[in-house]
Design a protein around this ligand. Structure first.
Ligand code: S3P
Length: 433
């Protein structure tokens, strides 16, 4: 993982049309529901990034037949009640979504015993936020450490419904409980104070589960079996965000994204760009399998600072590193708060973003739950560490559009986790002026 990549796009404007790869969150859930359901599921637009490939590998070990040709996936499953007991450990790699959602799924499955593992980063990330409510439902989950970190062993048991108020605004926690609730006796309720991404609810409903959601209260009634469906995955707004910011950073730029996921629980980046003075134009919206998509054009304008907090945070949690870079070029002080979840992502993203942007000369300070950024500051080049975190790697690459010297990215290969064609797309949308 020690590879270095040096790039410099400082004489480029950002322009053209782009269809970014499929949404990571939706791709995971399409594989999961297609494997839980009995029969055939066909997925188009699947993200073939490392994280989603780990999810496919896990279901193959559970006896589900999955064939992938590029971004098209065919699943033929015997249904969750007929999965086999895996003979190997289930490796989630770097993927928090795979690990946490699999805990909920396996808790309600009839697989006698399975062990879930992950890479070094994932093995340090908190799992107790999921194991606690699952154990309250009757799940049998054990770990060899006293912190409930991976590896975790899940054994078959009978599950009963729970009424749970989620203390963290986390879609992964909510989803794990809803998946467990799908095979628990009674009606499970998850309450959230701040609404998190709702892809699980949308996908459950598409596959025919009895799920209802209103005013931050989501309920699911257990016991009914699901059958396979077709799923279309729109482009990932969290991936597009890097090129949206690229266009917002360079005067004269304008970029259009087609087939872009616009689920309102994910589109906070568009609100922030607008609040910062950037031109944002959304067209051709439509809904497929509960997921909105459309065409979005982002054009450069003079940047003003903003405050990002409260209910907006879960709607753009993964975009905060690249938003921090953008804020270094706004005239004034941008404040990001209520985002302590950033500290338990693939790396501590508050510490990592602050360190790496400071190296370039940014005026940025870390707070307990966010960052304060004073702009505008000219950025110099240098070596930036990705910390093995895909979103930090992409932030470093986009910084090279405005730095005076080249940027060398440490471990740029980690970008394959969510955006394997990132550098090709960056090349395509940048034109030397
Ligand atoms: C995800 C939820 C978010 C997000 C992650 C993907 C999901 O995590 O950061 O990249 O697919 O459910 P949390 O639920 O922990 O906030």
């Amino acid at each position: 993982m020690g590879n270095l990549k040096t790039i410099h796009y400082n004489k480029s404007i950002v322009s053209g049309k782009l269809e970014v790869p499929g949404d990571k969150s939706i791709s995971h859930r399409a594989i999961m529901l297609g494997s839980i359901a009995e029969g055939k599921t066909k997925i188009s637009g699947f993200l073939d990034g490392e994280d989603c490939l780990r999810t496919i590998d896990i279901f193959k070990l559970l006896g589900v037949s999955i064939e992938r040709v590029g971004t098209d996936v065919s699943i033929e499953s015997p249904g969750i009640n007929n999965w086999k007991t895996p003979t190997e450990e289930l490796y989630a790699g770097n993927s928090g979504t795979t690990a946490r959602l699999m805990l909920g799924i396996l808790a309600g499955a009839k697989v006698s015993s399975a062990v879930l593992t992950g890479d070094e980063s994932l093995s340090a990330r908190p799992m107790d936020r999921v194991t606690k409510p699952l154990r309250a439902m009757g799940a049998s989950i054990s770990s060899e450490n006293d912190k409930d970190l991976l590896p975790l062993k899940i054994e078959a048991g009978s599950m009963t419904a729970i009424d749970y108020t989620n203390p963290v605004a986390s879609a992964q926690v909510k989803s794990a409980i809803l998946f467990a609730g799908l095979h628990a006796e009674g009606t499970t309720i998850v309450r959230e104070n701040t609404v998190s991404r709702d892809h699980t609810e949308q996908m459950l409903s598409h596959f025919g589960a009895k799920v209802h959601s209103s005013n931050g209260e989501i309920s699911i009634t257990g016991g009914n079996s699901l059958t396979g469906k077709d799923v279309h995955v729109p482009g990932d707004i969290s991936s597009a965000a890097f090129f949206m910011v690229a266009a917002a950073l360079v005067e004269g730029s304008s970029i259009t994204f087609t087939n872009l996921g616009l689920n309102p629980t994910r589109s906070g980046i568009l609100d922030v760009l607008q609040n910062m003075g950037v031109d944002v134009n959304v067209m051709n919206e439509s809904d497929v399998n509960g997921e909105r998509s459309g065409t979005v054009t982002i054009a450069y304008n003079k940047l003003i600072p903003t405050e990002i907090s409260g209910a907006l945070i879960p709607r753009l949690i993964d975009e905060l590193p690249i938003i921090a870079l953008l804020a270094t070029q706004a005239a004034g002080t941008t404040i990001i708060k209520d985002a302590s979840e950033l500290r338990v992502k693939e790396t501590d993203r508050i510490a990592a973003v602050t360190n790496e942007l400071s190296k370039l000369g940014a005026n940025i300070e870390a707070t307990v739950d966010g960052m304060i950024i004073h702009g505008p500051t000219a950025l110099r080049g240098g070596t930036m560490d990705s910390y093995g975190d895909h979103r930090l790697g992409m932030m470093a690459a986009i910084a090279s559009l405005i730095t005076t010297e080249p940027i060398t990215i440490k471990d740029s290969a980690c970008i394959d986790i969510s955006y394997p064609t990132f550098f090709e797309d960056l090349e395509e949308i940048t034109r030397v002026f």
